[in-house]
Design a protein. Structure first.
Length: 530
């Protein structure tokens, strides 16, 4: 067996790896120490000047270039988190809600948030709500004067509980200009130790206010429809996909398919979503890099099966994967997967080899560019950690030597059925080995963030991944063929059956004693060392 190159050497040869490391150092410095914007920008400028003036004197000047990237990342993160225009809506929002009249534009299509089914007090008195992100345009003062405002807010509109009443945002889509009367406030901070910081999560997206509309009959007025735009076109594609799922599938399966294919879990019951979290297999349902890898692999093999040339097949895969990443909201794990797939496809198109380590670093830099706070989220960290372990760990540990002449002869003497069974067992064992390794590596991060460990997920994972992958491919074909009517029905049935079987397995696993354990998270120093 040929000795494999050490991982560290592969990363040392990748030119983007030190840039990614330097940018990460800059992010960490501003996040946990607090580097003033001017100092970060000054470090960037000094590093660039030093590199340009000393670049002929040796490799040592490269450290100045890395320092420039660290300073730039620090300044970028600081500006993203702390600098807002003077008319930002967050300046008008306080801790206590106040009644306001505002005009804004819908960023996305509204989605319904169902009231959780539980035994908490007064749960039955709560109603379903519509939620959507809005971009502020103007605000009415006490004198009746409209003043311009900017920034983003999270809008929540209560639905009328009366049966047959229309939702307050019915018929409204992304880009529509709407007037609202409601209560404006800052997002609420965590009320209990360990609770998810809702305010911080919105601030990471530069949302500093939320608007709550209770009387939807008087508090929502559509001013004008949206004009043609890129966000409007993406929203229209999502509506087409949702319509295709809802018209061809049962409501429960259609809701799960929306979460799997579009990253929209709003139609699912909160109780059902929690089961996937408790059993540790929510990654198979939520949009992640795994989805893009499955879709890219399916497209590649399908195109090659029909005789499409490698460069043309790579171009098709590249366009579809990038488009799908945009359609599902540019999630960090999706951006990472799209960048790595694009690097491979670009290499095939240009007939050049691509470096996995360089593609990995490029994906990390792209995530930072889209939002410098994403690297501090659990989903982003799990995505990059899992890919690192898969590519530079598991794939090497499970790699076997090619069969020798004797093994080939023995395989020829066995029946086709026996060879198929042996191959299936080997594949099955590899799948569980991968699941166990990833489960062990990811468990501390999940425990620190969610205080839950799911041993049952290590047993359930491969089965759920197979079923959701089948549902992903058939659902993708369903959406594409939905305008053709009956042609899409077989794919709808396959998607339904796969998701129904997946739901049954997850519910069964949730009943296993000790399948999920709630434990205190490890200390930060231990997590960093691990």
């Amino acid at each position: 067996m040929i000795a494999q190159e050490p991982v560290w050497r592969e990363f040392l040869r990748a030119p983007l790896v030190p840039v990614a490391v330097a940018a990460t150092v800059g992010l960490l410095a501003d996040r946990y120490v607090g580097v003033p914007f001017g100092i970060g920008l000054g470090a960037c400028a000094l590093g660039l000047v030093g590199w340009m003036t000393t670049r002929l004197r040796g490799r040592a000047s490269v450290f100045l270039l890395w320092a420039a990237f660290a300073g730039l990342a620090s300044a970028y993160h600081h500006h993203h988190c702390n600098y807002y225009p003077a008319d930002d809506v967050g300046e008008f929002a306080g801790e206590n809600p106040k009644l306001v009249r505002v005009r804004a534009v819908l960023i996305d299509d509204p989605i319904m948030r169902k009231t959780p089914k539980g035994d908490q007090p007064f749960a039955g008195a709560r109603t379903d709500r519509d939620a959507v992100d809005i971009e502020m345009r103007s605000l009415e003062t006490r004198d009746g004067e409209w003043i311009p405002v900017s920034g983003y807010a999270r809008l929540t509109v209560e639905r009328d509980p009366a049966e047959g009443s229309l939702p307050p945002l019915a018929g409204m889509t992304a880009g529509d200009a709407v007037e609202f009367v409601g209560m404006l406030s800052r997002p609420r901070p965590p009320m209990n130790p360990g609770e998810r910081d809702y305010r911080e999560s919105l601030k990471n997206r530069r949302f500093r206010a939320e608007l709550y509309v209770a009387d939807s009959s008087a508090g929502v007025v559509r001013l004008e429809p949206g004009t043609a735009s890129a966000s409007g076109a993406i929203a229209a594609l999502r509506r087409h996909a949702v319509r295709g799922l809802d018209e061809t599938m049962e409501p429960r399966e259609a809701a799960t398919a929306r979460a799997l294919l579009l990253g929209d879990g709003s139609a699912m019951d909160r109780e059902e979503w929690d089961i996937y979290i408790r059993t540790g297999v929510v990654h198979a349902l939520a949009i992640s890099g795994q989805h893009l890898a499955v879709l890219a692999g399916f497209l590649w093999f399908a195109l090659r099966l029909f005789g499409v040339r490698r460069d043309r097949a790579a171009a098709v895969v590249l366009v579809v994967i990038v488009g799908y990443t945009v359609l599902t909201g540019l999630r960090p794990s999706g951006v990472r997967a799209a960048i790595m797939v694009s690097a491979v496809c670009g290499g095939l198109i240009l007939r050049r080899s691509s470096s996995p380590a360089n593609s990995f670093a490029l994906g990390w830099l792209a995530v930072i560019l889209f939002n410098p706070t994403d690297p501090f989220t659990l989903g982003c960290q799990l995505s990059f950690l899992s890919v690192f372990v898969l590519v530079w760990g598991v794939s090497r540990w499970l790699k076997t030597d090619p069969p020798d002449a004797i093994e080939k002869l023995e395989a020829k003497q066995r029946s086709t059925l026996e060879n198929l069974i042996r191959g299936s067992i080997r594949l099955f064992m590899h799948a569980y080995a991968i699941t166990l390794v990833l489960g062990a590596v990811n468990a501390p991060l999940i425990l620190a963030d969610q205080n839950v460990v799911s041993p049952v997920g290590w047993l359930l994972g491969p089965l759920v991944v197979v079923l959701t992958s089948i549902a992903l491919i058939s659902g993708f074909l369903l959406i594409a063929l939905a305008p053709l009517g009956p042609v899409a029905v077989p794919f709808a049935l396959v998607t339904e059956w796969s998701l129904e079987l997946c739901r049954g397995l997850v519910r069964l696993a949730d009943e296993v004693p000790g399948g999920s354990l709630y434990l205190p998270g490890p200390p930060t120093w231990w997590l960093v060392l691990f």
